[in-house]
Design a protein around this ligand. Structure first.
Ligand code: NAD
Length: 250
């Protein structure tokens, strides 16, 4: 591991955390935030993550999370590199727009393989380690689409509803082993996800749906993730927490 960042709090001192999808966007913000609070971080991504890992003083593990064997290999490598595991954050994911009638089997599988199946597989690897150890925390990135649906994004919404269901089942099964499992359901967060199809007019219209009048930032998500990973959240499990600026209230 390279020079760690100067901790801004000791909330996560010596905690070992894996962040999938940490090369950029929300995952990078979470990895950086956890590292600033003292965590040792491993970033698992298919994109080069060396820069983010360097900023975190952590390690980068290349992986294609749609490949179950590669996912298992990468989880073992990351856990070995960290010397154990206390926190897993599943942030890797994809998004696509498509009319419901045009979603074919290939598009469905591509969406579900990374957003839902990879979440199951990393959770299983993490939980085996955590059950054998002192428990831990798992945080899954779902979406407000899991609760509200979403026209033109049925396969994305379904994959994120699966993430919420996995979160609840895991919280029930693994709570007795000292493992807390929660999901975060962000609204619109300005990252590279969806940037190719996003217009300035859409950003203005989406912002107006929030009583706070703005969209989310990766730092908003990182604050909640760091809290959920901390002992301050020790009685919170099985939840799908909205982070939507008030766009979703259930
Ligand atoms: N940005 C938003 O508005 C928003 C809203 C709600 C939920 N989310 C969820 O938050 C999470 C992070 O989103 P983001 O905005 O940071 O997206 P992003 O596209 O910026 O980052 C996603 C990361 O996942 C990685 N990834 C994708 N497929 C992978 C694979 N097969 N193997 C390994 N890594 C892979 C990408 O390389 C990328 O680094 C996602 O799960 C997303 O669905 C995002």
């Amino acid at each position: 591991m390279t020079a760690p960042p100067v901790p801004t709090s000791n909330r996560h001192t010596a905690r070992r955390a894996i962040v999938t999808g940490g090369a950029r966007g929300i995952g990078a913000a979470i990895a950086t935030h956890l590292a600033r609070e003292g965590a040792h971080v491993a970033i698992m991504d298919r994109l080069p993550a060396d820069q983010t890992a360097l900023a975190c003083g952590g390690i980068a593990v290349a992986v294609d999370l749609t490949d179950p064997a590669d996912t298992s290999r990468a989880m073992a490598e990351a856990i070995d590199g960290l010397g154990g595991l206390d926190v897993l954050v599943n942030s890797a994911g994809i998004f696509a727009l498509s009319p419901l009638l045009d979603i074919d089997v290939a598009a469905w599988d591509a969406m579900v393989d990374i957003n839902a199946r990879a979440t199951l597989l990393t959770m299983q690897s993490a939980a085996r380690q955590m059950i054998a150890g002192d428990g831990g925390v798992i945080i899954n990135l779902a979406s407000m689409a899991a609760k509200s649906g979403g026209a033109m994004e049925a396969h994305y919404a379904a994959s994120k509803a699966a993430v919420v269901a996995l979160t609840r089942a895991a919280a029930l099964e693994w709570g007795p082993h000292g493992i807390r499992v929660n999901a975060i359901c962000p609204g619109y967060v300005l990252t590279e996800m969806g940037a190719a199809t996003r217009t300035a007019d859409q950003v203005a219209e989406w912002s107006s749906r929030s009583p706070l009048g703005r969209l989310g930032a990766p730092a908003d998500v990182a604050e909640l993730a760091a809290y959920l990973a901390s002992d301050a959240a020790s009685y919170i499990t099985g939840q799908a927490l909205n982070l939507t600026g008030g766009m979703v209230m259930h």
